[in-house]
Ligand binder design. Structure first.
Ligand SMILES: [Zn+2]
Ligand SMILES: [Zn+2]
Length: 237
């Protein structure tokens, strides 16, 4: 079953896709279940952005699709988002220290670990090894980071959250965010709940890497993903 639970529309400043174009593209690509997750970025920098939640909800209701958001937080100012207005909340941290190396991987995970717990009101943790996208050789997170990663994953598991498998990076370096190694650790720790999303900022990127992502998950012994129907269900892949 094809799904895409991470799509940006023109409610995000970095996307021009209309909701109608997204709905049409999902239909064309046979993506039966999808969620648009536009940015709410809580930061004191230039990247701050909000959503007109009522207008956003109205648009989603017009097409009878769930209402999602990607809430990014850098911890520099208090966060106060009406989470109950969304059916699906992705929690993200988008700050990566330069130069991008093992040290910045660690500082990223330390902040993520803290901020995710403080915010806590989310469904899925987005793109766990996000800085790898921007490393010039896309270097995987090393063993040194695994203790922190385990702490984060245990929080996800113990608190009934989902781990997002973000497939945007698959065409670039053959692995999703988080990596295959991290997905193995999640499984060892007892993690089962996964969502899949392409992080498409353009309509032509919708569903990108999802099929490959499903194959990677199956190879790792995952047989189910989380799908939002009337409620959340584990659906066979
Ligand atoms: Zn993101
Ligand atoms: Zn995104």
């Amino acid at each position: 079953m094809l799904v895409d639970y991470h799509i940006h529309s023109n409610f995000s400043s970095d996307s021009e896709s209309s909701i109608l174009d997204i709905v049409t593209m999902c239909k064309m690509k046979g993506i039966k279940s999808f969620i648009i997750t536009d940015h709410i970025e809580v930061t004191s920098t230039l990247y701050a952005c909000g959503l007109d939640i009522n207008e956003y909800r109205k648009q989603m209701e017009k097409f009878s699709i769930p209402v999602g958001a990607e809430i990014g937080w850098d911890g520099t100012k208090p966060i106060d988002v009406e989470v109950s207005k969304f059916d699906y909340v992705l929690f993200s941290h988008h700050v990566v220290d330069e130069p991008i190396d093992d040290k910045s991987y660690i500082s990223y995970l330390e902040r993520l670990n803290e901020l995710m717990r403080e915010f806590s009101n989310f469904h899925a943790l987005a793109h766990l090894d996000f800085p790898r996208r921007y490393h010039k050789e896309h270097k995987p997170f090393s063993l040194d980071t695994y203790d922190l990663i385990k702490e984060i994953l245990n929080y996800v598991i113990e608190n009934g959250k989902f781990l997002e498998v973000n497939t945007q990076s698959i065409p670039t370096y053959g692995e999703p965010n988080p990596s295959i190694e991290i997905l193995k650790i999640y499984k060892e720790l007892g993690g089962k709940a996964l969502t899949l999303g392409s992080d498409a900022h353009k309509v032509e990127h919708i569903g990108r890497g999802i099929k490959e992502g499903i194959e990677i998950l199956k190879d790792l012994g995952y047989n189910y993903i989380m799908v939002l129907n009337i409620g959340w269900e584990m659906v066979k892949i």
